[in-house]
Ligand binder design. Sequence first.
Ligand code: AMP
Ligand code: MG
Length: 390
Amino acid sequence: MITVDEARARLFELVSPLPAEEVPLERAAGRVLARDVTARRDQPPFAASAMDGYAVKADEVQLHAMFKVIGEAAAGHRFHGTVGPGQAVRIFTGAPMPEGADFVVIQEDVTRKGELITITGDPSANANVRPQGGDFREGSTFAAPRVLSAADIALLAAMNIAAVPVVRRPVVALISTGDELVMPGEEPGPDQIIASNSFGLKALIAEHGAEARMLPIARDSEESIRMAFAMAEGADLVVTIGGASVGDHDLVGKVAGDLGMERSFYKVLMRPGKPLMAGRMGEAAMLGLPGNPVSAMVCGWVFLIPMLRAMQGLGALAPQLRDAVLAEDIAANGPREHYMRARIDRGRITVFPNQDSAMLGVLARSNALVVRPPKDPARRAGDSVRYLPI
Ligand code: AMP
Ligand code: MG
């Protein structure tokens, strides 16, 4: 059996970054920028007023100073004249600063009578002017790779970039296996349960910029599993769920092998998730997840997401762990790396007493997986542990 790190390293060997495609900006959120892009203009494109008020010369600004209002500048409508000594232009936020003016006295500090204004409030030292290019300059670089956030999209829009090069979404075929499984909404027979893993994994995959194709549930027969693999044709990554242990009905490894899968590894020194399998099947990578619902999801965070990130050009990296302080004692760990369902609240983390890998309720209450190295000794409340946020 190999370690989690070794397994992840081998998984990264099975995938490579996908090509780029151009998408309109309004469909780019959550996608990975494939190449650097550059701003197509200065922002602001001119010195602009940051406030509603009066544009004047800075060296004339003092309490009780008076000015004659000679015009108006609004957003989208500049004032075409020049501000001379003793003159002011009524100005609104976002308007270009008029020629000759370099200070905006906010309207709250001004008393106006007809065309005359007097500064009646103590003017601030701040000129209330946004300099040209103060946000970004034409030609400035927005660097790839990067998952585009809402803020990034706003910035790219301001840079006048209407379409962006992003990495093609990885296509993941999801195959649940098992005679006992029915889809949510169906009427299960007396010995059946609902297929939950494919749904949880689909959500996880979508959260990480990839597209999951949920295939029909494969039954525990070679024929049915072979058919599912055939339907997965065209996917970048084929993920099977269940059927990968050593039971009589665990046929995924056999069928994948018959279909030419070059196995990279089978079984990882971890808990939950030991019967993990991976390899290469033609053009696609293949990841065989254990069937137990928590195991499948944990393998999703520990292995599948890093693969999807690598496929999107974000690097071949382990998920980043954080530190937290234990709220309660925990017992010594066994020989496998253990991903314990836990809840972190204001820096203190509590490991749930029930770590059964079939308990989805516990998983849903968790927001962290405490990562215990093999043979980690018992830990006391107050000790620091590492965890993976989920
Ligand atoms: P297996 O690896 O096929 O032996 O499955 C291990 C356990 O996980 C069994 O209790 C299965 O019923 C359960 N299981 C397998 N696949 C799924 C699935 N897609 N959704 C929910 N439970 C599953
Ligand atoms: Mg099964």
